[in-house]
Design a protein around this ligand. Structure first.
Ligand code: AMP
Length: 509
């Protein structure tokens, strides 16, 4: 089934219900769209795509900020049977050109300023560009979006697709190495969104989601945008995250669900004026490790646990903490319904017992079928039908999973493994630490030794903090796990999803 048909089924009912709203940083809602108006707009987009000859087997690149048009355009691309390739506008022109070339897109639909900033991208697409927000003359073969959409009549419906057909082609965030294309199918997305949003988080039409994530990633686009269209809730779109704007909006906009990355929660926990949160029911978090310290500070101030979930671009969401019952800070929860998850010895492929540390392997309807035109990378990523996540973790006997870092980030001190996550958790338990990242640095004697990059809380004296951290580490960690070196930084280098970019940490000097 085409995912867009599933959206259509939901949005075809109760056309007067509000689907999308736009929230300004001032706190004002400046625009609303009902389901009926959205369906008409998406259908007009589909007519325009069809008229341009776009259909099954084609791919369309999209970068329209967080506009209403972006949502309609995504539905329309899926609806005509093509694959959507979201572009992250914060990438450099070189990175964007690499994505466009790999994906071989037939049409790019973007804001004019993207093309103005990187005119060389024009050549990376063998087809037209439709652009919005144009202010000056446009390059050849670049068409103003408004003229495309007014030239057609709506009334077009999504066509059938198989569950195994490509819906969304994402590129891994590539904090290291060249980004790889990850093709998610209609079946992958439908199964995963249902298992997480409907079965686990009980999202329904009455929910009001505050959407402050970037819309080009599985989190903001898949869960936030596609999830909204599947569930039929209202999404309140805020272009850019700002902690005080978000906290104010929770009450003012009667928000029920917020989805964030750990950095957002870390900042929200610093906001002093928190309202009654009378309508809130779920603060969800993922994409990077949430420290127990941020969990605790947030809970103290907001009175809500942060519900963590764990996923990858390749698999969608694999685990989540339950909505009701015990939330275990530090754990990413239980495998979602239909997701099979195990801990394996990465070298031998032997499945490990509860409590043992190994690589997290996953299989289920959520798992992608392989890297885009990259059979070598695909073969390396699967073993006996399981997808090897590259994440280190453990699982308790009752199924709760804890992530301990990436295998590649494993530190080997004199032949003994140290997982950065374990050391980070101990250091972040010290109240003077805002956040930290633990890495291995070369050591002539031991191969590697542990180093800690620490962001102190305001007013902390780094020397005094280092003394306390050394003491704390000695008390709680085996000697080989204790950081030999501490460096203090004002912030940790992070990408747009809040993941620490370890390669950018100043290892020397
Ligand atoms: P991406 O494919 O860019 O979404 O990155 C996926 C990676 O993010 C995973 O392999 C994990 O290393 C990390 N990740 C995602 N969610 C979590 C989480 N809740 N806790 C810790 N790490 C996470």
């Amino acid at each position: 089934m085409n995912l867009a048909q599933a959206f259509w089924q939901r949005l075809g009912q109760q056309p007067a219900r509000v689907l999308l709203e736009r929230l300004e940083p001032s706190g004002e809602v400046t625009w609303q769209q009902t389901r009926g108006a959205f369906v008409e707009e998406a259908s007009r987009w589909m007519a325009a795509l069809r008229a341009a000859g776009i259909g099954p087997g084609d791919r369309v690149a999209l970068s329209l900020g967080k506009s209403a048009g972006l949502v309609a355009a995504h539905v329309a691309v899926l609806g005509v049977g093509a694959g959507a390739v979201p572009l992250n506008a914060s990438l450099t022109p070189r990175e964007l050109a690499a994505v466009l070339a790999q994906a071989e897109v037939r049409l790019a639909i973007t804001t004019a300023d993207l093309l103005a900033r990187a005119p060389e991208l024009r050549a990376a697409v063998r087809g037209p560009w439709w652009v919005t927000g144009e202010t000056g003359p446009l390059p050849a073969d670049t068409i103003p979006l408004a003229s495309v959409l007014t030239a057609v009549a709506p009334g077009v419906e999504p066509i059938d697709r198989d569950d195994d057909d490509l819906a969304l082609l994402l590129f891994t965030s590539g904090t290291t190495g060249v980004p790889k294309g990850v093709g998610l199918t209609h079946g992958n997305l439908r199964a995963n969104l249902h298992a997480l949003l409907v079965d686990t988080w009980e999202m329904c039409e009455d929910d009001r989601l505050l959407h402050a994530l970037p819309p080009h990633h599985l989190h903001g686009l898949g869960l936030g945008v596609y999830g909204t269209l599947l569930v039929g809730n209202t999404a309140v779109l805020l272009e850019r995250f700002d902690a005080s704007v978000v906290v104010r909006a929770l009450d003012a906009q009667r928000i029920t669900v917020f989805m964030g990355v750990p950095t957002m929660y870390h900042r929200m926990a610093e906001v002093t004026e928190v309202g009654t949160l009378a309508t809130m029911r779920l603060f969800a978090c993922g994409s990077a490790p949430l420290s127990p310290e941020t969990f605790r500070r947030f809970q103290d101030r907001f009175g809500f646990p942060i519900i963590e979930r764990y996923g990858l671009t390749e698999t969608g969401i694999n685990t989540a903490n339950p909505l009701h019952g015990r939330h275990r800070p530090g754990s990413v929860g239980l495998p979602l319904p239909g997701v099979d998850l195990g801990i394996f010895a990465p070298q031998t492929g032997r499945q490990l017992a509860p409590g043992e540390v190994g690589e997290i392997w996953v299989r289920g309807p959520n798992v992608f079928h392989g890297y885009w035109r990259n059979p070598e990378a695909t073969a390396a990523a699967f073993c006996n039908g399981w997808f090897r996540t590259g994440d280190l973790g453990t699982m308790t006997a009752d199924g709760y999973v804890t992530i301990l870092g990436r295998i590649k980030e494993l530190i080997i001190v004199g032949g003994t493994n140290v997982t950065p996550g374990e050391v980070e958790t101990v250091l972040e338990g010290e109240p003077g630490v805002a956040e930290c990242a633990v890495v291995g640095i070369p050591d002539a004697d031991l191969g590697e030794r542990v180093a800690a990059f620490v962001v102190p809380r305001q007013g902390e004296d780094p020397h005094e903090l280092e003394r306390r951290l050394r003491l704390r580490a000695e008390q709680q960690l085996a000697p080989y796990k204790c950081p030999r070196q501490y460096r203090f930084l004002p912030v940790l280098p992070r990408n747009s999803m809040g993941k620490v970019e370890r390669g950018k940490l100043p290892l020397q000097g």
